[in-house]
Every structure is written in C-alpha cells, then in structure tokens.
Design a protein around this ligand. Structure first.
Ligand code: MN
Length: 247
C-alpha cells in the first residue's frame, strides 16, 4: 500500500516556523547531478549467519531485527568522521544499503522491488563497548549505534532491472582486508526486509535500509582510512579523525 505517511503535516507547511527549518541530508547519485534526500535510516541486525555467530548468537534460533539511526548519522563518500566521544572501541560494519523511492505500509514481498530506488555502500559504525553494556543491562542500543556520522554511505546507484541478489561485499582498513562476504548470504533478502519493516513502520520515500554485515567486524582508530566495496554498487571512502579535531 502506497500512501503519504505525513500528509497531516501538509496543512502546516505554509505557516512560519519558529526555528529555522533544517534542510535534509542528501546523498549524490552515481549517474547524475541530482541528489537523494534522506528521510529515515533503518538497520537490520544479525542478517548474516557468520556475523551472528561471531557476536555469540545462534542464527538458527534468532531472526534478524531492526534498529534506527537519525539522518545526521549519514556521511557522504569521501567524508571525515570524528571519532565519537565516550568510547574506546568503535567498530566497522560494512553493509549494502537499500534506498527507497516511495513509501508504504504492509508491502508484500512480491511488490517490494517497486519501492527500491537504488543502492549504496554503507558503514554501520558502532560504539561496541557501549552496545555491549546496553545488551548486558537489557537497555536500548542508541548509545552504541547513534552518533554523528555513524552511518556513512556512498553515492546512490539507481536500480536497473531485477533486485540485486548477489555480489561481493568487502571492507578494507588502511589497505588491509577486514571483512569479506557476499550479499547472497543475507538471511533476510531485500524483499523480505522491506515487507517486514513495512508491517512495523510507515516507510517513506528517502528511507535508507542498512541490510546487515558479514563477519570480520573490528575496531577502527583515528588516522584510519576505510574503503568499503559492494560489487556492482560502488565504493565508499571514509577517513577517521581525532575526537578533538575541529571538524
Ligand atoms: Mn550492522
């Protein structure tokens, strides 16, 4: 079902805002001067069996699940990410990103491809120490997952033809390969992710979905240069700078 999730707000658009209206975070497209404005950022947890196992979970017993990041987490290709405060164990997670071209609820698996605008290469950067503490205390994950520029994303590549089902996904730190997988290893495929998300949340045009990471996650540090690759999608470069940088 396609609909305008926030049409109730339209009646207020002509009124004068009491504070400046923030312009949306936008990502460039790979093939034109147009941009892709980001609305919400959804992430899938434990969507590759080998990563679920390395984090101490049994992928045969637990289904993937969702969490969110704010739009300010998005950092375009070539950006610098300031190492976030209150952590000494920030990890990389390379992920295929799905960009939605229209919104809806209760989208069927069969219809899901129609909602995909394109793809990106993303990083779900994580304060692993704060996430581990949240898990221990059965608390929400925001402190681990949400910080400025915790969700870098490449240029968006428009979808052509059928949905992407396979392709190498890799992460290099300072030229050394740290993560390697194939998106055909995802437990929930793209249509299942969109269908399931849309039963829980009102999906909108401009939403990004980070689809989970293969194994090999590990720490990054100021001075590191990250290169994330997804076959047939593209590349993402991110530099990590010191927490006290003036960025
Ligand atoms: Mn992740």
């Amino acid at each position: 079902m396609c609909y305008n999730a926030i049409s109730v707000l339209d009646q207020h658009r002509s009124m004068i805002s009491v504070i400046p209206v923030a312009s949306p975070v936008s990502l460039p497209l790979s093939n034109s001067a147009q941009t892709f404005p980001v609305q919400n950022v959804y992430c899938v947890g434990r969507n590759y069996a080998d990563h679920a196992i390395e984090m101490g979970h049994d992928p045969n017993r637990e289904s993937p699940f969702f969490f969110m990041k704010p739009a300010y987490a998005v950092l375009p290709d070539g950006g610098e990410m300031k190492y976030p405060p209150l952590s000494s164990d920030v990890h990389h997670e390379v992920e295929l990103v799905v960009a939605l071209g229209k919104g809806g609820t209760n989208i069927s698996v069969a219809e899901a491809a129609d909602y995909v605008f394109g793809y990106g290469v993303g990083l779900d950067l994580t304060r692993r120490d704060l996430q581990a503490e949240a898990k221990r205390q059965s608390r929400p994950w925001e402190a681990g997952k949400v910080f400025l520029h915790s969700a870098p994303c490449s240029k968006i590549v428009p979808k052509e033809g059928d949905l992407l089902e396979a392709g190498n996904i890799q992460l290099f730190v300072n030229g050394d390969q740290r993560q390697q997988g194939n998106i055909n290893q995802m437990i929930w495929k793209i249509p299942e992710i969109i269908a399931t998300l849309s039963t829980l949340f009102p999906l909108q045009a401009g939403d990004l979905i980070y689809t989970g990471t293969p194994s090999g996650v590990g720490p990054i540090a100021p001075g590191d240069n990250l290169l994330a690759l997804v076959e047939n999608v593209g590349a993402l470069n991110v530099s990590i700078v010191d927490e006290f940088s003036s960025l």
